[in-house]
Write a protein that binds this ligand. Structure first.
Ligand code: GLU
Length: 290
């Protein structure tokens, strides 16, 4: 397979942990198998500015310690807000976005009233309340300075693109039915671009042909596929890999500092020890023992 391009795209909102190593190795190895390139992208749009440098510096230290290298230039999302803003403007001009003024508490109350269950991985889906505001009212509230987010109108998206296909290397061809995933937020005041928007734009710009990432993002890929269709972006192949678990079978969480690479390093483990433990975990159904 010539021209395979993968990427490792960590969100350094804390120290990297063993799950990040798994994700990085998946991307690196898939590229290596095909003689391709593996790029690095720092997904730092949602990270408190004050700690961004600290976590990014630690990330580079961890990657160097592990002996992981990446090809080409590093892409840093916090340098690219103007690119995301241009995409948002395009989506607005296409009539696919609407402003939403609901607070989290209001959304929770609306959902409770409707008796809806949460989506398995995407949480509570927005019930669409602000979609029904008149254009005049929405404009007046924006002019008044009311806090708002911009949501993607999935009904309109579906009218425009139908139900496009995408392919996961493990699970085969999938059909994306946009309305199933709710009207996701693409921007809000304190976050000018959401993960969903930035990830599709950046995968396209970096020429990523194969997206490797944890299976927790499988459902979100449908949202990404819908955005690729409306923005006429190329569609990579996806490879959603299993996640590491603790002894009780629970997914290792980021906040679980004991499995951070920095803490393993401080405890005297070598990079090879950590790689060996990861290999063991993969042979053992993803259960991380160290
Ligand atoms: N930035 C995400 C994370 O660190 C990964 C996103 C992706 O691979 O699409 O969990």
């Amino acid at each position: 397979m010539p021209g395979v391009v993968t990427r490792f795209a960590p969100t350094p909102s804390g120290p990297l942990h063993v799950g990040h190593l798994l994700a990085a190795l998946q991307a690196r190895r898939l590229a290596d198998v095909h003689g391709g390139a593996c790029l690095l992208r720092i997904e730092d749009i949602d990270i408190t500015r004050s700690r961004r440098h600290e976590w990014v510096d630690l990330m580079y230290e961890d990657l160097a310690w592990l002996g992981l290298h990446f090809d080409g230039e590093v892409m840093v999302q916090s340098n690219r807000f103007d690119v995301y803003a241009a995409a948002l403007a395009r989506l607005k001009a296409m009539g696919l976005l609407y402003p939403c003024f609901c607070t989290r508490a209001e959304i929770k109350a609306q959902i409770a009233e409707m008796g809806r269950a949460p989506h398995a991985t995407l949480g509570y889906l927005y019930p669409g309340t602000c979609k029904h505001l008149s254009a005049d009212e929405a404009e007046a509230r924006i002019a008044r300075g009311d806090a708002h987010a911009w949501r993607l109108d999935m009904e309109r998206v579906q009218d425009l693109i139908g139900t496009p296909l995408w392919c996961d290397m493990h699970k085969g061809v999938q059909r994306c039915v946009p309305t199933v995933y709710g009207d996701v937020i693409l921007a809000r005041k304190e976050m000018p671009a959401s993960y969903h928007l930035a990830v599709v734009i950046d995968d396209a710009e970096q020429g990523v042909t194969h997206v490797t990432r944890g299976e927790d993002l499988f459902d979100a890929t449908n949202i990404h596929r819908a955005l690729q269709a409306v923005l006429a972006l190329p569609v990579p192949t996806y490879c959603h890999h299993g996640l590491l678990k603790d002894n009780a079978g629970k997914r290792l969480a980021k906040r679980d500092g004991a499995r951070s690479l920095a803490s393993l390093r401080a405890a005297g483990y070598s990079a090879q020890d950590v790689r060996d433990s990861l290999q063991q975990a993969l042979l053992n159904g993803g259960i991380w023992k160290v």
